[in-house]
Write a protein that binds this ligand. Structure first.
Ligand SMILES: [Zn+2]
Length: 622
């Protein structure tokens, strides 16, 4: 029965090639026999993630993450082992019943299912339902083609107020799950639920692989809801899976085009993205009503080296440009700013004048520093010396506020920035460095005050966590990092993980309580349990029992190391011998003490004899 389960795990792994799966999350390029990409687990600026198709493993040379296709999904999507398995099984079209989902109503994978179901309902409604007549007319007037709407999964939520609730009831979809993903809410008075999106065009917000995580809704013009104070745009609430400040609208559709152009352009609205794609400019995404931030940049950088931020000519304003310059100064990114003519937004510009002017604006984009310099200089045309001084402060003031980039690349970037400003404003570099230092110190004083408050907060949080530990809450076997495992224990697990057939040999001689390290003890217990139940004690069967990404990562790594040793039975024999010595050591010490204290000759001889063969004592004890 449970060996079926191991079969399923094997089947899921075989059906999900690691290069395909990792490549669906980030851009991978072939490099010899492996593939390289930017690691999603740390702030990577040069491709440190190595994906090996032959061994079906990934490894980051910088942050040391390591694992297989299942751990990748676990870590990346922050889901349990089982959920990762479900996601991958679904991806490969393997029946989920085989995996035996015991809790179908919980977890992230289930939320994702619910979101996908809802996205389909909204879209079906827009495409087919008589209820969406007005919505179709509105989108037609906005010149959005049916093909574009389909590609982005655009939908419609009718005005009724319980349309989605009733649909879910008819199709036996749990209302709690719809509530959990922020699509419906409990009525304050009376019974039941109501739809949170009403009379709105629905834009599903999807991750890079096209999975909907949340929704944005635009109210239909002329909707009676407007008179009741409904906002023009409305997003799903933040949930476990939906975080507005991190997501980029349209990235799933834009990533392919960015491979060709080498950059991704960032606009502000859903319809701007839709229209750009409709006009064949595919490398366009949008932030979700928030300014571009460092996390967005990290995400975008996984697909393109250059980012072009698109501002309307009048909008964007100083804060937008300053923020962009700070990101430019503090991140290893080529960040440029494009401005559109005549104060139009991208959608209007494209509809009125076709693709050419928008494309031109993207091509003409200036890097953030150049843009700011031009802005500052043009403001002080009449200025002479005082004007130049003000321009310098305006630019340096922004850079002084940017977090400093660590390492050599940070120093180089700042050198380049300062020498460019010196050149453009005809000033000595030394003067600029001194002024930057002054401004930094002024900004630093403000920041230090903030940091002190933060440190105090962290300390108090740590104290309360410590109190929890004392109550027995913490320090569970989930925390295998407390102390490094003794080498002999590590060796034991390396052998057994590499060759599960040896588990019975170890089991015959070694009890789990002889393993001092809690994480390793848990692995060994798991293997023994599997063997006792008549199952193969291999890592695939063990993983669901561990369900701890850090332990699993360790186990995978050790399995690899173990496999490098050809004569594993001999190795195990040595390891078991080592354990035997470890058990005997306190007995020997005791015998020695007694021998030293012995006054009786016969007794001393007997003690000596036992010392020469201390394991005899051990055998007699059991
Ligand atoms: Zn990494």
């Amino acid at each position: 029965m449970a060996d079926d389960r191991a079969d399923v795990i094997r089947q899921v792994k075989e059906a999900n090639d690691i290069v395909d799966v990792v490549g669906s999350y980030l851009s991978l390029r072939p490099a010899g026999r492996t593939f390289k990409g930017l690691c999603p687990f740390h702030e990577d600026t040069r491709p440190s993630l190595d994906v090996d198709p032959q061994r079906q493993r990934y490894r980051c040379w910088s942050c040391n993450k390591f694992g297989d296709v299942i751990t990748f999904v676990q870590e990346h999507d922050r889901v349990s082992f089982k959920e990762a398995l479900e996601l991958l099984a679904r991806r490969a079209g393997i029946s989920l019943e085989k995996i035996g989902s015991s809790q179908p109503n919980s977890g992230r994978a289930f939320m994702l299912d619910t979101l996908r179901w809802a996205a389909e309902q909204f879209q079906k409604c827009l495409l087919d339902s008589p209820l969406a007549e007005a919505a179709r007319r509105y989108l037609g007037e906005r010149k959005l083609a049916g093909d574009t709407l389909r590609r982005f999964g655009v939908g419609f939520a009718p005005p009724a107020g319980d349309w989605l609730v009733r649909l879910a009831q008819n199709q036996r979809i749990g209302l709690e799950s719809l509530e959990k993903v922020g699509l419906i809410a409990k009525r304050q008075e009376g019974e039941g639920y109501y739809d949170r999106f009403r009379d709105r065009v629905i834009f599903p917000i999807r991750d890079v692989r096209g999975q909907p995580l949340g929704f944005g809704g635009r109210i239909l013009p002329g909707s009676p809801q407007i008179a009741r104070g409904a906002p023009k745009y409305y997003n799903s609430a933040e949930t476990e899976v939906f975080s507005k400040s991190e997501l980029l609208y349209g990235l799933d559709q834009a990533r392919a085009a960015s491979d060709k152009t080498g950059y991704l352009a960032v606009v502000e609205g859903y319809t701007d993205v839709l229209m750009a794609h409709q006009f064949g400019i595919g490398q366009v995404v949008a932030t979700m009503g928030t300014a571009l931030n460092a996390r967005h940049v990290q995400r975008l950088r996984r697909f393109a080296e250059r980012i072009v931020l698109v501002f309307d000519a009048d909008a964007g304003g100083d804060t937008g440009v300053d923020r962009a310059l700070q990101i430019f100064a503090s991140q290893e990114v080529d960040l440029r700013i494009a401005t559109l003519p005549e104060g139009k937004d991208p959608c209007d510009l494209l509809v009125d004048s076709g693709a050419a002017p928008f494309q031109q604006a993207l091509t003409d984009a200036l890097d953030a520093l150049e843009f700011k310099l031009q802005q500052a200089v043009s403001r002080s045309v009449d200025g002479g010396i005082e004007g130049r001084r003000r321009a310098v402060d305006e630019v340096l003031g922004v850079i002084a506020l940017a977090p400093e980039m660590p390492g050599q690349s940070g120093a180089i970037k700042h050198q380049l920035i300062v020498s460019r400003i010196a050149q453009r404003l005809a000033l000595k570099e030394g003067v600029l460095w001194a002024r930057l230092e002054e401004l930094r110190r002024a900004a630093g004083n403000r920041k230090l005050a903030g940091e002190a408050a933060h440190v105090a907060q962290v300390a108090s949080a740590a104290r309360s966590a410590g109190a929890r530990d004392a109550n027995g809450g913490g320090n569970s076997p989930d925390e295998p990092r407390q102390a490094p495992a003794p080498p002999v224990e590590r060796d034991l697990l390396q052998v057994l993980l590499a060759e599960p057939e040896l588990v019975p040999h170890a089991k015959a001689e070694l009890a789990p309580d002889q393993i001092s390290h809690p994480g390793l003890r848990r692995m060994l217990e798991g293997m023994y349990d599997l063997h006792a139940a008549g199952k193969c004690a291999d890592l695939d069967n063990l993983r669901p029992l561990l369900d701890n990404p850090r332990l699993t990562e360790l186990a995978l790594r050790w399995q690899e190391i173990g496999r490098m040793n050809d004569n594993r039975s001999a190795w195990l024999a040595r390891v078991l011998e080592e354990f035997r010595k470890r058990r005997v050591r306190p007995i020997v010490r005791e015998l020695h003490n007694r021998l030293q204290a012995a006054t009786d000759h016969d007794k001393a001889v007997e003690l000596l004899r036992r010392l020469q063969n201390p394991t005899e004592v051990l055998d007699g004890e059991d």
